[in-house]
Design a protein around this ligand. Structure first.
Ligand code: FRU
Length: 542
């Protein structure tokens, strides 16, 4: 049977919800089952509530034929998603961090500097605060502060990404801007996962044209959990790093290489020397700072010694060494952020050579927070610059944040609460051990940053807030005589840079809109308080 015939039986192109191409087959899922004609002529069945028609794929049906169906699906998906671009009013909405207008945002994607502009994309499920088939939304900036909405760049419209255009990075190669991402599909009644690494290219009209899969099969020894390509040109060729899981359920780094970005050869799985180190590694990044190589990834399944820390989705940065064959050796690793909400970060090199990182301020399993009552969840972190100093990774808010700063005022902190009237500010203060800073508080709600003199930990406690999921206490061991805090606050978040960026703790904080008090117990201190202005970025096309 021809593809045209299958489309006709399915009730026409506009009745096709998705297209799949399991081995040797073509399957279409229909929108309205009543429009299907002659169901006996094809294999027709309900798969998890979706009415699917399948036929054998004969050699005459090319990927290009399937792509035409994908284009029609994409047009409908864009139209549907465009109904979800009006930002909902919400007291928890950040003033200057990137958040989705509606729906769920997760990983940053495609963070890159290309021809004088910064590009950043986010994983998006437009229709609800749920992790379902993901889209990519495209933002652009000239200054790394003011982000302008561009488009819904990619939708889950094709046979190779029908259940999610999953995460990946961008490559700026001369005039070309390429996106590499993981196409996620789910097949049959058991929702068998099928994973392919795919590419898209920025066309002259500003749209992203999908090129289809560049890696269609799995390398030996791994499960379908292999995703989130990072592509880098080094040692005279392109390398692709992927987060992977071995068949005995160990997280690893899978590496491919290519001469031309199209044909990819598998090299090896790396990370044996860390094992066991979780059941899956997600979202690798790879970069150089001051001549040292670093690999970042999200190991899943690692447990913490601290009883308050129950989350298995973690963040790590490793200093690595590459041998002459390009092999990776993991030397020394650290947590990038010791707070609650930091995952799947990506970095880029700025025009003036700095390494700047953006993370997802959220975690994979959390889909219920107070902002969901207003139809959206999750946000990005502030951009942070990473430096390598005396054998340590140092992270600081990027200099560009200056564009948002109002006038700095001294603030005398004591047990007498001060009403700030805003939750979007920067605060710098140095505190002795034994002190306790209460932020974003009213009578009932508060965040407490306690410097516990006995245990020598900074305790970040959000148990007296409206948080609905996730841990409520994080403890960070520190050895300094006093503790210097540089805090960024933005309505529903705190990012705490500690001791000049030696450590960072990030957390979503939900307290009522008028809980804007700050107080300091067991000591008094002079702080610097700087209001941060709203970033003039648009969520939706203007
Ligand atoms: C990380 C992640 C990625 C995946 C994406 C899907 O948060 O699970 O591994 O590509 O999210 O949205």
């Amino acid at each position: 049977m021809s593809l045209e015939k299958l489309i006709e039986l399915a009730g026409g192109l506009d009745n096709i919800q998705r297209i799949l191409a399991p081995k040797g087959q073509v399957t279409v899922a229909v929108i309205d089952a009543k429009r299907v004609t002659q169901p006996d002529a094809v294999c027709a069945e309900s798969v998890l509530g979706e009415w699917q028609l399948s036929m054998a794929r004969d050699a005459s049906i090319s990927d290009e034929d399937l792509a035409k169906v994908g284009l029609a699906i994409a047009a409908r998906q864009r139209q549907q998603a465009s109904q979800y671009l009006q930002p909902t009013a919400c007291p928890y909405r950040p003033q200057w961090h990137i958040s989705p207008p509606q729906g769920l945002l997760n990983d940053p994607n495609g963070f890159v500097y290309h021809q004088g502009e910064y590009h950043l994309f986010y994983q998006w499920y437009p229709f609800a605060c749920e992790h379902k088939d993901k889209y990519w939304v495209h933002l652009k900036s000239a200054d790394l502060v003011h982000w302008a909405w561009q488009s819904i760049a990619l939708t889950p419209s094709d046979w190779f990404d029908s259940h999610g255009v999953f995460s990946g990075h961008a490559v700026s190669d001369g005039d070309d801007l390429w996106l590499f991402y993981t196409g996620n599909t789910r097949l049959g009644h058991d929702r068998d996962r099928q994973t392919m690494q795919c590419a898209a290219h920025l066309s002259a009209n500003g749209a992203f044209e999908k090129m289809g899969p560049v890696i269609r099969t799995l390398p030996p020894g791994v499960t379908e959990h292999i995703r989130d390509p990072k592509v880098v040109f080094k040692q005279g060729r392109w390398h692709m790093l992927l987060g992977a899981q071995t068949q005995d359920l160990q997280g690893r780094l899978a590496v491919y290489h290519s001469e031309d970005l199209h044909e990819w050869q598998f090299d090896k799985l790396y990370g044996d020397e860390l094992a066991p180190y979780g059941y899956m590694w997600e979202c690798p990044d790879w970069f150089e700072i001051d001549g040292e190589q670093f690999v970042v990834f999200g190991p899943q399944g690692i447990t913490s010694d601290n009883p308050h820390h129950t989350i298995v989705h973690q963040n790590r940065i490793f200093r690595v060494e590459q041998d002459e064959q390009g092999g990776f050796h993991f030397l020394q690793g650290w947590e990038l952020d010791a707070g609650f909400d930091f995952y799947a970060p990506q970095s880029l090199q700025t025009a003036d050579g700095r390494r700047v990182m953006c993370g997802w301020m959220g975690l994979p399993d959390e889909i219920d927070h107070p902002s969901c009552d207003n139809g959206w969840i999750h946000q990005f972190t502030a951009l942070r610059e990473l430096r390598w100093q005396k054998g340590q990774i140092i992270q600081q808010p990027t200099a560009e944040l200056d564009a948002l700063r109002g006038e700095t005022q001294p603030l005398a902190l004591s047990a007498q609460p001060i009403t700030l009237g805003s939750k979007s500010f920067e605060l710098q203060v140095t505190l002795p051990w034994g002190s306790e800073l209460h932020l974003m508080h009213d009578e009932q709600h508060r965040v407490v940053l306690a410097l516990d003199a006995q245990q020598r930990v900074l305790r970040f406690d959000r148990s007296a807030t409206e948080i609905r999921q996730g841990d409520t206490i994080r403890e960070l061991a520190l050895t300094s005589d006093k503790v210097k805090l540089h805090i960024l606050a933005d309505n529903s978040s705190l990012e705490i840079f500690i001791n000049d960026g030696e450590k960072v703790m990030t957390g979503r904080i939900f307290t009522p809109p008028n809980a804007t008090q700050i107080s300091l117990y067991h000591t008094e201190a002079q702080a610097n308080f700087t209001p941060l202005n709203t970033m003039s970025w648009s969520f939706a096309p203007r």
